[in-house]
Design a protein around this ligand. Sequence first.
Ligand SMILES: Cc1cc2nc3c(=O)[nH]c(=O)nc-3n(C[C@H](O)[C@H](O)[C@H](O)COP(=O)(O)OP(=O)(O)OC[C@H]3O[C@@H](n4cnc5c(N)ncnc54)[C@H](O)[C@@H]3O)c2cc1C
Length: 382
Amino acid sequence: MLERGEVANSWRRERWDSLRLLTPNWQSRLPGLRYEGPDPDGYMTAGEVSEFIGRFAKVSRAPVRTGVNVTSVRRAGEGYQVTTSRGEIHARTVVIASGACNQPSVPPFSGAVPASVAQVTPFGYRGPAQLPDGGVLVVGASATGVQLAAELRRSGRPVTLSVGEHVRLPRTYRGRDVLWWMDASGLWDQRYDEVEDLTRARRLPSPQLAGTPERATLDLNALTAMGVGLVGRWAAVRDGRALFSGGLRNVFSLADLKMERLLDTFDEWAKTDGYDAEAGPPERFAPTRVPETTRLQLDLRSGEIGAIVWATGFRPDYRWLDVPVVDAKGQLNHEGGVVDSPGLYALGLPVLRRRRSTFICGIEDDAREVIGHLARFLAARR
Ligand SMILES: Cc1cc2nc3c(=O)[nH]c(=O)nc-3n(C[C@H](O)[C@H](O)[C@H](O)COP(=O)(O)OP(=O)(O)OC[C@H]3O[C@@H](n4cnc5c(N)ncnc54)[C@H](O)[C@@H]3O)c2cc1C
């Protein structure tokens, strides 16, 4: 196992100070290791996640070689030639487990933002104190965007949030964590070959959830109640002005509708599985409030906005992979983790083999199946 940094590198180096998992502690499980602390319904801090993964590396006795950067993997003979910062390795099979979120995704028009406005991505952001004075424009309303907008607003900043397509979820539903429902109802176990539009499912933004001790919902209604201003999807920069799409009403009603459908699915499951009596009564939530007026542009030279936080998603980095298995959008071509090149495998990608693959708790089943395929591949060659 080659790791360019330390064990749990992404959790040590690429997360902001206040970040907690949005998945509850009882859901943090790795093969043979689960959370056994006093707060199963709480949410780990980034530091606690690093410790948890560090403990797993020890108890599983994983043969990790840290500080080894892989700079190239290419096909050679019956296997792969792996070039690293510490020399060459020949491997019959290679498992790519380099992560799905190696780089923040930032739209190209960020280059046209006036130099007077500071720009930061979640990889560079640590906390509100680091940003220059003035208003903050947070771009993207998925998990990262809503969490950072709330934190910045609480620090006293004027915050505007640019909202595109998003996934709205309540933190708790009928007395349980909403992710308990995803788990218990079997939705997270839906397999990749049963998902109707797999490409879309793999690109779905993260849900508007935060892990806080209060287990509070952090949807757009919660943010506007805190005083966060909402604008539409950021479409372009022209003459120093940020131009936003209109149609917030449609974006909101789509997210509201999808949430309702999901809650309907939970209710149906509760009824058929006999959980109805145990759970609280079904709940429905107020529609997302549409602002009376929405700004369609913001003058970035006026001084109103001091900083932009790009919470526009993450992407993998396969620049080191010299095998033609990456598509034009930078995503790996694979069938449930079996990459389109003999002996090449992948783990740790969104909806890799089932919906839960996107999360830490997805690795156990995925690893068993992918490594099963790898073992059969090696056995057949022998
Ligand atoms: C902001 C954020 C919040 C998240 N919150 C949650 C959550 O609440 N719950 C949850 O279950 N999941 C969450 N996730 C997803 C979570 O990160 C993953 O489930 C988990 O960390 C993935 O682990 P991984 O080992 O597959 O990838 P990573 O954690 O990305 O690890 C990949 C490793 O590969 C190393 N690497 C990459 N390229 C090379 C190379 N060329 N040579 C050598 N080493 C290399 C990296 O240094 C890194 O250590 C979150 C992700 C992000 C980005």
